[in-house]
Ligand binder design. Structure first.
Ligand code: C2E
Ligand code: MG
Ligand code: MG
Length: 379
């Protein structure tokens, strides 16, 4: 990519790779928007020819954001930030396009920039909280683990959903400190549960592919376990399919190391990705978390039932458990149970809460399994 880009520009221009898939280009002969557009157009042009890597034909497109000096600032950081903002708008508008900072820039990009700044402040100030949602074993009706979910309450804007701030955190790299904070809190909290529950209760922590791609990921997890004193077997990491995009070999190796230490790994949002299933046997997943869209579809599309049954069969043959997400009704619960799902999570069974221990039946009383689901969900 760098070679191709270089071939199009002058010696006096500056080309830099600033992040995994982000390049910055400084052109000092540009006078007008149209000069900048010509240059940007030639970037799109040079990428039109597919790349050939190890017999694979790879097509890439670019999203380009442009800021102009001195119209958009006379300081490097500011110019870069505004170009970044325009690039984000280009991505939002369907990729493979050029967007100028300024006039046409949608409010989405501005909002995103504000959100990023606010999120950075929130992480520094400790305004991020962790709530926990229970997951139940469907053969015993007891809580097996709690999933840690980040919560952000902004002093002025109120609650902001992870669905909005997690993508911003991933794009900006803020997911690294945010994810580390959630992991630390979750593991520390989970150590206190063990004493209160009198039986092993796992904690599940969502791991972004950005975190998983870091070379230091394994050491960071080990460090947290050491500091908090949590047993590795009480931690389950939730990865999404995108985590494997850093390369199947690397992902497989890293996952083997993690599971080798006793740490559990579940695949989150299973069934929503696009890659082929053949990678699954190569990866050391303990469980698949079936995305909640399947639960919703079960009611309206009869074919979904066969599909879910096949996933269960496949998972069980690979010695993986199936956890279903998003159970909202008794009918959904009983259908998934009858199909042979191992574990379940959903608003019916318990919403995310800051005080998960209140959900455990008569703390320390392991002889009341059915009551636990009764007590929490009224079932
Ligand atoms: P997820 O990991 O798939 O988490 C499950 C989401 O589904 C949570 O949303 C949960 O509140 C919601 N949910 C659970 N049961 C039900 C139900 O019965 N019905 C419906 N409609 N929703 C249900 P939440 O907390 O808004 O989190 C959204 C996503 O944000 C998470 O999806 C996860 O991908 C991400 N996320 C949250 N916290 C973190 C974190 O600390 N790190 C990372 N990397 N991602 C996180
Ligand atoms: Mg999750
Ligand atoms: Mg999920």
């Amino acid at each position: 990519m760098a070679h191709r880009l270089k071939s199009r520009f002058r010696q006096s221009d500056t080309l830099a790779r600033i992040a995994g898939d982000e390049f910055a280009l400084i052109l000092d002969h540009v006078q007008t928007w149209s000069d900048a557009d010509t240059a940007a157009q030639s970037v799109l042009e040079v990428l039109k020819t597919p790349f050939e890597i190890e017999d694979h034909v790879i097509r890439v497109t670019a999203s380009i954001g442009i800021s102009l000096f001195p119209d958009h600032g006379n300081e490097g950081g500011q110019l870069l930030q505004q170009a970044d903002c325009a690039m984000f708008a280009a991505k939002r508008n369907g990729k493979n396009r050029i967007v100028h900072y300024g006039d046409g820039l949608g409010s989405a990009a501005r909002e995103r920039l504000t959100l990023e700044g606010e999120l950075r402040r929130a992480i520094e100030n400790g305004d991020i909280d962790v709530h926990y949602q229970p997951e139940f074993d469907l053969s015993t009706n007891t809580i097996t683990r709690f999933e840690a979910l980040a919560r952000w309450t902004h002093p002025k804007l109120g609650r902001i959903s992870p669905v909005s701030f997690i993508p911003v955190a991933e794009e900006s790299g803020l997911i690294v400190p945010l994810g580390a904070y959630v992991m630390e809190r979750a593991c520390a909290d989970a150590t206190t549960w063990q004493r209160k529950a009198n039986r092993p209760i796992q904690v599940a922590v969502n791991v972004s592919s950005v975190q998983f791609a870091r070379d230091t990921f394994l050491e960071e997890v080990e460090e947290v376990l050491r500091r908090t004193g949590l047993k590795p077997s009480l931690l389950q990491l939730e990865l999404t399919e995108s985590a494997t995009l850093t390369g199947l070999e690397r992902a497989a190796d890293l996952m083997r190391r993690l599971t080798g230490r006793g740490i559990g790994i579940a695949m989150d949002d299973f069934g929503t990705g696009y890659s082929c299933l053949s990678y699954l046997p190569k990866l050391a997943f303990d469980a698949l978390k079936l995305d909640r869209s399947f639960v919703n579809e079960l009611a309206v599309r009869p074919e979904t039932r066969a599909f879910v049954q096949s996933i269960l069969l496949m998972a069980h043959n690979l010695h993986m458990k199936v956890i279903v997400e998003g159970i909202e009704t008794v009918e959904q619960l009983e259908l998934m149970r009858s199909l042979g799902t191992d574990e379940a999570q959903g608003f019916l069974l318990g919403r995310p809460t800051p005080n998960p221990m209140e959900m455990l039946s008569g703390s320390g009383n392991a002889a009341r399994p059915i009551r636990e689901m009764e007590a929490v969900a009224g079932l």
